[in-house]
Design a protein around this ligand. Structure first.
Ligand SMILES: *[C@@H]1O[C@H](CO)[C@@H](O)[C@H](O)[C@H]1NC(C)=O
Length: 231
C-alpha cells in the first residue's frame, strides 16, 4: 500500500501483469500497455450517456436529492438564512442552508427557490435577497423568479457524483466500476500481447471509502481488484 499511496500523488497507477507489483525484478521491457481511462476517474467525453440519468442536468449546485440543494458561493460558504435576508453563512450546510428548487412546468430553467422557513426567495435590491415571498406568478417582473444559466458543461467525476446526488451516485458509480472494466478485459488484454495497464485514479481515492463530498467511495476496491486480475 505504500507503493500505491506514493503513486496516487501523480494521479495514476501502473500495474504489471507479468510480475508482482511489489517487486518488478522480472519486468520485461519494452512494455506494451493500454490506458484504462474513464473507469476510476470519469471522463465524460468517453461515454456521455453516463450523465443521462442526472435530473435536469443540475451540475453546479450541491444536490441533496431530486429537488433540494445546497447553494455554495465563491468563498466556499453555503447560502442560508441570516438575520437580514439571505447570506453566505456557513461552511457546512445544515437544514437552514437547504433550498428546494421549484421549476416552471414548461420551462425548467425558470425557477423559484424555497428556503427552509417555507417562503420563497425574492430580490429586494442589488444587495438584498429575502426569504419571505408568498406569491406564485412566473412573470419576468416577479422578484422571486430566477433563470438558471448553465455556464459550463464539464463532465468529470465531480459533476457526475454531484449531479446524481448522495443517494443515487454511489449506486451509479458502483455499477460503472463493476461493469466498465472487468476481469475478462484483463484476460483479453493479456491474451493480445499487452503486458501493462495504466489506470488513472483521482486524488480522493486516498480517502476511500469516505472521500470528501460529492465524491463517493468504492473505487479503491475496484483498483484492488485490478491488482488481483493483473497477477
Ligand atoms: C429531500 O431533502 C429534503 C431536505 O432534506 C427533505 O425535506 C425531503 O423530504 C427530501 N425528499 C425526498 C424525496 O427524499
Amino acid at each position: 500500500m505504500v507503493y500505491l499511496a506514493f503513486l496516487l500523488f501523480f494521479n495514476l497507477i501502473s500495474c504489471f501483469p507479468s510480475s508482482s507489483h511489489a517487486q518488478n525484478t522480472d519486468l520485461k521491457l519494452p512494455l506494451r500497455a493500454v490506458n484504462l481511462g474513464n473507469w476510476l476517474v470519469t471522463e465524460g467525453w468517453m461515454k456521455p450517456s453516463r450523465f443521462d440519468g442526472i435530473i435536469n442536468k443540475d451540475l453546479l449546485l450541491w444536490r441533496v436529492n431530486e429537488s433540494y440543494f445546497h447553494l455554495r458561493v465563491l468563498n466556499k460558504q453555503f447560502v442560508g438564512l441570516g438575520n437580514q435576508g439571505v447570506k453566505a453563512v456557513s461552511n457546512t450546510p445544515t437544514h437552514s442552508e437547504t433550498f428546494q428548487i421549484v421549476r416552471k412546468d414548461d420551462a425548467p430553467n425558470r425557477v423559484r427557490l424555497k428556503a427552509s422557513n417555507g417562503f420563497f426567495l425574492q430580490v429586494q435590491s442589488e444587495t438584498l435577497v429575502t426569504a419571505d415571498y408568498t406569491g406564485s406568478s412566473w412573470d419576468d417582473s416577479d422578484p422571486s423568479v430566477f433563470n438558471i444559466a448553465i455556464v459550463n458543461t464539464l463532465q468529470g467525476e465531480y459533476q457526475i457524483t454531484n449531479g446524481y446526488g448522495p443517494v443515487k451516485a454511489p449506486q451509479v458509480m458502483q455499477a460503472h466500476w463493476d461493469s466498465y472494466i472487468t476481469e475478462q478485459d484483463f484476460k483479453f488484454i493479456s491474451a493480445n500481447g499487452l503486458s501493462a495497464v495504466r489506470i488513472p485514479v483521482g486524488w480522493w481515492i486516498a480517502q476511500d471509502p469516505n472521500p470528501p463530498k460529492p465524491f463517493v467511495g468504492g473505487s479503491l476496491k475496484a483498483l484492488d481488484n485490478a491488482f488481483t486480475w493483473a497477477e
